[in-house]
Design a protein around this ligand. Sequence first.
Ligand code: NAP
Length: 503
Amino acid sequence: MIQGQHLIAGCWVAAATTFASKPIQGPAHRFAVGTPDHVDAAVKAAEEAFWSYGYSGRAARAAFLNRIADEIDARGEAITEIGCQETGLPEARLVGERGRTVGQLRLFASHIEAGAYLDRRYDAAQPDRTPLPRPDLRLIQRPVGPVAVFGASNFPLAFSVAGGDTASALAAGCPVVVKGHPAHPGTGEIMAQAIEAAIVALDLPAGLFSLIQADGTEVGAALAQHPLIKAVGFTGSLAGGRALFDLCARRPEPIPFFGELGSINPMFVMPAALAARGPEIARGWAGSLTMGAGQFCTNPGLAILPEGPEAEAFTVAARETLAAVAAQNMLTEGIASAYREGVARFRDKPGIKSLFVAESGSRSAAPSLFSVDAETWLADGDLAEEVFGPLGLLVRVETPEEMRRIAQGLQGQLTCTLQMDAADTQAAKQLMPILERKAGRLLANGFPTGVEVCDTMVHGGPYPASTNFGATSVGTMAIRRFLRPVCYQNMPIDLLPEDLAEA
Ligand code: NAP
């Protein structure tokens, strides 16, 4: 079933050089290593496909997205089997993630059929206006052209080959070239088979979708710099994402790089909530922190709480809950080793108290918990960096002013959470203007893991949470990343795009 080849414009292509997958269980397979020539062939075919697909009707694109969802469901068991082997994620998680993946494909199908995303605008001509007449002006969103997508290691289905970036680009009318993530190449190949089957069934251009496998940076760099690529979607590390962002900016024709690079998702525990239900909040926080071995972009790694006996009760409950969580598989040995290094870095820092540190394996992570005072946290920027995995840091503040300073000291975040009761409203109001400037999603009395895919979701935020604070990578607004507004002035109806003419 696994061929270990690239899918380039409808052809499965072998390569001279291969790499081996590293499943946590089950057989390893060899996969072709892509080259800049593979990238060139895939992107040129995508450009060719754009001339028809970019001008296709919304109903046809919706049918394509729905068909991909059906083809993924038809391969459900095979996807779960190899996905579990390659990623070490449990079966229930992958089944759930597949549901999310097909759900978002179907959501984008209904979203484009409804048409509101086109944001069509019309300023009627005013020929008699003085001193100058106004022309007839119409605006609509048009697809940008071929899009590059980097599969994310931590969501092998929902943020990878047929994930949210691909679904939103295809919905917009943009062909896609995916650089597969080497942590789950077999899973990626089956997802690509599903997309290929949908293309064949609906007689769409083969260049609409390509998957290039690789375990090095050459393919990604070539893709981001290819002159025919018009935008990039990425989820991954700060270092990798920043390098690719810089490549996109340095191109002769710079293009937007929609990268999601890291977030520690702070949780502010307000005094009345802490007094009323501190241990309960602590247990919920520890559960969110350790979900999926902490390998979620929205993992709440930082908790800020007022110093005192209630903070102590919170700490005891958090530590007890974390201590009961066994080490869990991580996605790759590299991610596990980065987590161990992060834990060691925190443990060895002056001014930090280690509350719980357990031994992690070569590809597994056990939770860890540290505590620090506000001044130490504010003085050490390293403590605000993401450690990917189940690492929690408590910052204990003496005053509401210190809590506000911590909020002000934060980098951009995907989420910020308030744990609050009615008596905390005034203090929370003081924080809100700061938090709104820091994060794409603000929560009250919940936990940020578990991102709803819907019209109102924002999964983005100021840098480094994302490289483009006007965008989201989850939810229907994600389609805007791959559209650009075009204004038509005094244009005869026959020359207008179909979507505009029909309005
Ligand atoms: P990554 O190292 O950034 O890699 C992501 C993708 O980008 C891979 O396909 C990688 O290719 C490619 N890439 C990385 N640097 C590149 C460069 N300079 N030029 C061209 N392509 C480049 O992320 P990862 O492998 O998913 O995980 C590593 C770390 O990323 C984790 O430990 C974690 O800290 C972080 N991470 C964060 C999130 C989040 O949501 N915040 C999610 C996932 C990972 P190759 O792998 O083939 O070289």
